[in-house]
Design a protein around this ligand. Structure first.
Ligand SMILES: *Cc1c(COP(=O)(O)O)cnc(C)c1O
Length: 474
């Protein structure tokens, strides 16, 4: 397509468009260049001009004003440079939401993370001797103090912890596990596949619903290294079910000179049953039962950053610390800083009030209901109501366990269109649909997010539900 093939009026309009160079010399362009860099601005200006030419050729009249073209350029650059990892408001009521980044950090953990990130630190430096130290000591001391374990170790995540444990302690040997625990945890993480990666040989015993102590005992051979318990996480069996008690498992292992390994998954440090939920196995129980090596996540019920935590008997953890794989999966300074600060809440005894996950779990229903009602009042004249519903813990812990809640509810003509409009806001809101209403659960809305939430609901309502409320007399 050349200009000579266009009708005369279009040719004149095309000539009226400013050149790339002229646009770049303007003050607005200088501002864009300061923000996005020269290369990107040139590219975006060229694209805006090419789009303008196409529209002229298609017979449209366009505004040849450089300011209008630069506005399009700026819009294009904003989209191009918008980060794909963005903060969102979690209105779903799922406390440990795996897709939304699991656990939000406590104030102290946020500060520790910033302190570690913005300067130098004692990551691997011993202030007393002035010599090289170990990054492993920072979280280990607190973990030992709060769990009573002999030793502790932190790696990148719990999947890495399990691979390290099996590789270092059971490679080329057999590990016995109950058939009922060969689960897929989510994101395609399958216990049998992880075990295969480690080079440990999986020996399945029992049936899907029932495994007895005799099943473990009968499967032990001279090449067995360990018995493994994997917490079924997001999966629950009810009915005709039998599992081997952890203490029995540890006894069988030790009687046969084997290791008892526990993949606890969520790794609760506090008892969820006290707060109206099902009981989630705790780290303390696993240690008390005599399990030798126990691993769990840092960002599930513990409420800290993504991390894999291993606690247990000193000699076994020493083997793990010296294994070459350890170097590949060690935690970075930001993780260590945020994790140590999170663990410190358990040591001080303020975990329930300081750690967001626990604050959400223990938040009184009356407080939640009061917030839902206040938002409903603030959103007048939108047709809002409050609705009793249920929050869940999520994150592969406490399957099926719910907490009573009261949500703000709206019934837009198209709930899906409304959800989508909520996701398009500057601070996207993630909500859910239940009984044809779009629900906003105050339980997972963090302090300080309310103004953004209400503004986003108003804006999304305007764009997705074009009903003129002022004419209804409301
Ligand atoms: C969540 C979970 C894992 C994986 O932990 P990440 O920290 O996500 O790597 C492993 N095992 C169990 C039982 C789990 O619940």
């Amino acid at each position: 397509m050349t200009e000579s093939s266009s009708p005369p009026a279009a040719t004149a309009a095309l000539r009226g468009l400013p050149s790339v160079d002229k646009l770049l010399l303007s003050l607005d362009a200088a501002r864009l260049i300061a923000d996005y860099g020269r290369e990107a601005v040139i590219g975006a200006v060229r694209a805006a001009l090419a789009a303008a030419r196409d529209r002229v050729r298609a017979g449209e009249t366009i505004d040849p004003d450089p300011a209008a073209l630069l506005e399009q350029t700026a819009h294009q650059l904003r989209r191009q440079f918008a980060p794909s990892l963005r903060p969102v408001i979690n209105a779903t009521g799922v406390i440990i939401h795996t897709n939304l980044g699991r656990a939000p950090l406590s104030q102290a953990a946020q500060q520790a993370l910033i302190d570690a990130a913005t300067g130098y630190s004692t990551l691997e430096f011993d202030l007393e001797t002035g010599k090289r130290g170990s990054r492993l000591v920072h979280a280990e001391a607190i973990l030992r103090a709060i769990t009573g374990a002999e030793a502790a170790l932190v790696v990148n995540n719990n999947a890495a912890a399990l691979v390290l444990i099996l590789t270092a302690l059971a490679r080329d040997r057999e590990v016995i596990i109950s058939r009922g625990q060969l689960v897929e945890i989510g994101g395609g993480f399958r216990i049998p596949e992880v075990m295969a990666q480690s080079g440990a040989r999986l020996v399945e015993v029992g049936t899907t619903n029932r495994t007895r102590a005799a099943d473990f005992e009968g499967a032990i051979t001279p090449n067995t290294a360990a018995l493994l318990r994997a917490h079924a996480s997001n999966f629950k069996q009810i009915g005709f079910v039998e599992t081997v008690d952890l203490a029995d498992m540890a006894r069988i292992a030790h009687r046969n000179d084997l290791l008892a390994i526990d993949d606890l998954g969520s790794g609760a440090l506090l008892d969820t049953a006290v707060y109206g939920l099902d009981h989630e196995p705790t780290v303390g129980e696993s240690l008390a039962a005599g399990m030798d090596v126990i691993c769990f996540s840092g960002d599930k019920l513990l409420g800290g950053p993504q991390a894999g935590i291993i606690v247990g008997r000193q000699p076994h953890l020493d083997v793990l610390k010296r294994h070459p794989l350890m170097r590949a999966i060690r935690a970075d300074k930001l993780t260590i800083a945020a994790l140590a600060a999170t663990l410190d809440h358990y040591r001080r005894g303020d975990a329930l009030t300081a750690i967001p996950v626990w604050r959400m779990i223990t938040r009184p229903l009356a407080d939640i209901a009061q917030h839902a009602a206040a938002w409903a009042a603030a959103l007048d004249p939108l047709p809002v109501e409050t609705l009793a519903s249920e929050s869940t813990v999520g994150g592969g812990s406490l399957p099926g366990a719910t907490l009573p809640t009261v949500c703000l509810a709206l019934r837009p003509p198209s709930p899906d269109a409304f959800l989508s409009a909520l996701r398009e806001q500057d601070r996207p809101i993630i909500a859910r649909i239940e009984r044809d209403a779009v629900l906003f659960d105050p339980r997972t809305i963090l302090p300080g997010q309310e103004a953004d939430l209400l503004a986003a609901i108003r804006s999304a309502w305007r764009s997705s539900a074009p009903i003129d409320l002022s004419s209804t007399g409301k």
